[in-house]
Design a protein around this ligand. Structure first.
Ligand code: FCB
Length: 453
């Protein structure tokens, strides 16, 4: 490929999430989230970091919107903190919380930046966790009621809605590995947590169909799974991990049933009725995809190299590090742009030609100090370039890709890693919170401006 011209209406943005950037998580009547609780539990987050201050975006939102505009972005993906809007998760609306998002959306629209709003990026109100959280069969209805509040308040100005960010991560690192909030180690709960997340997505979509006027989708983490060796056990492990990560949520949404591997993976913990009654029995098969989602948001970072490991439950497999000569990020993730093209093509082949957005893509590196006023984050520049090329290759092959959101606008609170992992196009000074665009931000701005790569 020499150069590729992106479609004129292609959306160019960056992504963030509420708890990772806002700070002041309890301001103006907000209810605590499971992340507030988790980060304030000793030993859960590296260096004892919390989102109490984060990037201070709750106060500096206007500056951040101006920054998006200066960087030439035409879209911005952010999430709403459920507990700012409904402090107890249900019931009375906290107008001051809702007004924060109204102001943000107004400012974006004023600048000609298309808002993409994620309803759930992992910060469940703690009050709902006390009722069992996503293990509670009422959780889909809680979510739909919350979503309805946002639809009524903002659908006139928000054209792109994302229900849930990465349901797999909510389910496995959140409820099985104990690495992310709510920090549970409850293998037996995982199938139902996942099921409720799917039902929550479907309930919000149903509510949106009744009143919404735009597009609603879901964001999933996807990565090709490759066996770490030619051994049959590793090949089978890679297949299982493909079902586990890539197909667990999309198959029921778009094909109408769970992957057959799920029962094998979970054994007795997999409820038999899930095979007979998947979460969306009325849809699927007959081309009624639009009922379950208008688009798929793809969060792509790397690939999985998979090794069989019977002691790891439930999968019987683990992800291993790539060979020493392969470039990796400070997260230990292999830089593997070909996997982005492969993932986009795979989606079309398996699920048909539905609209796609790259809702997250980016890399953590330890950036050099500023020299002559420039933070030359050369590795992130390379990562950005190679992944935009990878996206362009899929577009050239006719994939209906409509936008790209870099993760992330700002260096921010990277969950259990705290502030140690930096994904931002823009540096945030830990003391002053001053924003300084890195070289990757200006490279991105140039690509957006010229429209080709
Ligand atoms: C994704 C999350 C996002 C960020 C990136 C690095 O799994 O959706 O919030 O943490 O990883």
């Amino acid at each position: 490929m020499s150069s590729y011209h992106f479609p004129a209406n292609f959306l160019w943005g960056a992504a963030t999430s509420a708890y990772q950037i806002e700070g002041d998580p309890l301001a103006d009547g907000a209810g605590a989230s499971i992340w507030h609780r988790f980060a304030h539990t000793l030993g859960r987050v590296a260096n004892g970091d919390t989102g109490d201050r984060a990037c201070g975006h709750y106060r500096r939102w206007a500056e951040d919107v101006a920054l998006l505009a200066e960087l030439g972005m035409t879209a911005y993906r952010f999430s709403v903190a459920w507990g700012r809007v409904l402090p107890d998760g249900r019931g009375a609306v906290n107008q001051r919380g809702l007004d924060f998002y109204r102001r943000l959306v107004d400012a974006l629209v004023e600048r000609g930046i298309t808002p993409m709003l994620t309803l759930y990026h992992w910060d469940l109100p703690a009050a709902l966790q006390d009722r069992g959280g996503w293990r509670n069969p009422d959780s889909p209805a809680w979510f739909a009621d919350y979503a309805q509040v946002l639809f009524e308040a903002l659908d006139d100005r928000v054209p792109l809605w994302v229900t849930i960010n990465e349901p797999w991560v909510v389910t496995i690192p959140g409820h099985v590995d104990g690495e992310l909030a709510p920090g549970l180690r409850d293998l037996g709960a995982a199938p139902r947590v996942a099921h409720h997340l799917l039902l929550a997505h479907l309930a919000a979509v149903a509510a949106y169909r009744a009143s919404g006027r735009h597009q609603i989708g879901i964001a999933v983490n996807l990565e090709p799974q490759h066996p770490a060796s030619a051994a049959l056990a590793d090949q089978l492990a890679a297949q299982r991990r493909d079902a586990f990560i890539n197909r667990w949520f999309l198959d029921p949404l778009l094909l109408g049933s769970y992957p057959s591997e799920m029962a094998e993976i979970f054994g007795a913990a997999w409820p038999e009725e899930f095979m007979l009654n998947p979460p969306n029995p009325p849809f699927s098969k007959g081309g009624e995809m639009s009922l379950t989602t208008d688009f798929i948001g793809v969060n792509y970072y790397s690939r999985g190299l998979v090794q069989a490991e019977p002691t790891v439950r439930p999968l019987g497999a683990r992800r291993v590090s790539p060979a020493a000569e392969v470039p990796i990020t400070t997260m230990g993730w292999e830089v593997y742009p070909a996997g982005l093209t492969a993932t986009l093509l795979w989606l079309r082949e398996r699920y048909g030609a539905l609209p796609l957005y790259i809702t997250e893509n980016g890399a953590a590196f330890s950036d050099p100090p500023a020299a002559h006023g420039v933070i030359d984050d050369a590795q992130r520049v390379d990562y950005l370039h190679s992944h935009l090329h990878a996206a362009a290759l899929a577009l050239e092959q006719g994939v209906d890709l409509r936008g790209y959101f870099a993760w992330s606008l700002l260096d921010n609170f990277e969950w259990a890693h705290g502030y140690a992992q930096r994904f931002g196009l823009v540096q945030v000074d830990p003391l002053t919170l001053a924003r300084t665009p890195k070289r990757s931000a200006s490279v991105y701005r140039d690509v957006i401006r010229r429209g080709w790569i």
